[in-house]
Design a protein around this ligand. Structure first.
Ligand code: NAD
Ligand code: WQD
Length: 334
């Protein structure tokens, strides 16, 4: 698992270990701490073998493939801050596109052709219709981060055409939030959070004064942006299902991983206040550049094919995010 020390990776470690898989984590710790893996060990009672390495380092990756009997790869490693990608596009294309190419090259050398890739609903841009199905047009992405995800999808799809042995799942996540129910692992942004749920959590815990709501003039239920928030443990379990499904499927296949339901910013604020019992003061500001009014998935393909369906609602998402935030008000220790 590349990027396994990160937010989604650490939760997927738990789901995979609990499903009986043996894993090896590769992470350069550019956006995570090794403490997350120690916490995964505490939750599961199992060892998490891991190596600090960069996926772009082909020599190091070859060493790992030589030393371990890898059957498949879940590729989380990458950079994900949308705003930063506009300022540092080369850094993003290098980490996300060159990194994904280096990984696939080494996998090919070692005859490992089972690959699950973290893509994003951002590839749909501003959808013409809702809910969003996998066959909707892609490409109208508004930033280098989103374009890097789409490029990797295209590269991996070409690879699967070139060699029929590849078994690839391109998972388009909607908005992952929440934490493991233990409160031991969760989302730990190193800077001011870009995303809504961690920002709200930090306001509720007193680390930040108030939330800024980006826009209240969207054509939505209350004028604020609507997104398909998905509990990170549901998402983690989706990876376990995708791995199992790939055992009998070749080619590259796209799946939405979302709940199929949208919530507005103000609905999330309200749900969080209820779950935490704390007020979340906010004020409105103009729209954030690149944001769209509403995004939510048609999640039927994953349900029918992968036999996977998100089961945790907004209450559990807020409760678990808050539990993690309260137990770890400053995130993971160094
Ligand atoms: P994260 O930053 O918490 O995890 C990514 C991990 O990859 C980190 O531990 C980081 O140290 C590591 N990493 C980064 N570059 C690396 C490299 N070159 N070599 C080795 N390790 C490297 O992010 P996350 O939220 O867990 O996201 C995981 C993946 O899912 C990313 O690819 C992200 O783009 C994608 N994704 C995330 C979201 C979201 O909202 N969180 C939504 C859609 C897609
Ligand atoms: C959600 C809603 C904001 C922060 C991003 C990436 C996407 C994917 C998930 C990686 C929007 C509003 C937010 C705040 C706010 N990441 N908001 N105040 O923008 O849907 O998706 O993360 O792949 O690619 O673009 O998520 O959590 O930033 O925003 O009002 O301080 O909350 O305007 O309506 P987004 P988000």
């Amino acid at each position: 698992m590349t990027g396994g020390a990160g937010y989604i990776g650490s939760h997927t470690c738990v789901a995979l270990l609990q499903a009986g898989y043996e894993i090896l984590v590769v992470d350069n710790l550019s956006n995570s701490k090794k403490e997350s893996l120690l916490r995964v060990e505490a939750i599961t009672g199992k060892k998490v073998p891991w190596v600090q390495a960069d996926v772009r380092n082909r020599g190091k990756m070859r060493e790992l493939f030589s030393a371990h009997p890898v059957e498949g790869v879940i590729h989380f490693a990458g950079l994900k801050a949308v705003g930063e990608s506009v300022e540092k596009p080369l850094r993003y294309y290098d980490a996300n596109v060159a990194g994904s190419m280096a990984l696939a090259e080494v996998m090919q050398e070692f005859g490992v052709r089972l690959l699950v890739f973290s893509s994003s609903a951002t590839v749909y841009g501003d959808p013409a219709m809702l809910p969003i199905r996998e066959d909707f047009p892609v490409g109208a992405t508004t930033n280098p981060y989103g374009r890097s995800k789409l490029m990797v999808e295209q590269i991996y799809t070409d690879l699967a055409v070139s060699d029929k042995a590849w078994q690839i799942a391109l998972l388009r996540y909607f908005n992952p939030v929440g934490a493991h129910g233990s409160g031991l692992i969760g989302e730990d942004p190193s800077d001011i959070p870009n995303n809504l749920m961690p920002y709200i959590s930090q306001v509720a815990v007193g680390r930040r004064e108030r939330l800024t709501v980006f826009g209240n003039d969207y054509p939505t239920v209350d004028g604020t942006g609507v997104r398909d928030y998905i509990h990170v443990m549901d998402l983690a379990e989706g990876h376990v299902k995708a791995l199992a499904w790939l055992q009998n499927h070749t080619g590259a296949h796209v799946f939405n991983l979302g709940t199929g339901r949208g919530y507005s910013v103000l609905e999330v604020v309200k749900a969080f206040e209820t779950a935490s019992g704390r007020p979340v003061p906010y004020r409105f500001s103009p729209r954030r550049a690149g944001d769209v009014a509403a995004v939510y998935a048609d999640a039927m393909k994953a349900e029918q094919e992968l036999k996977w369906k998100a089961s945790r609602g907004i209450e559990a998402m807020c409760r678990d995010a808050w539990n993690w935030q309260q137990q770890n008000p400053m995130g993971y220790p160094d």
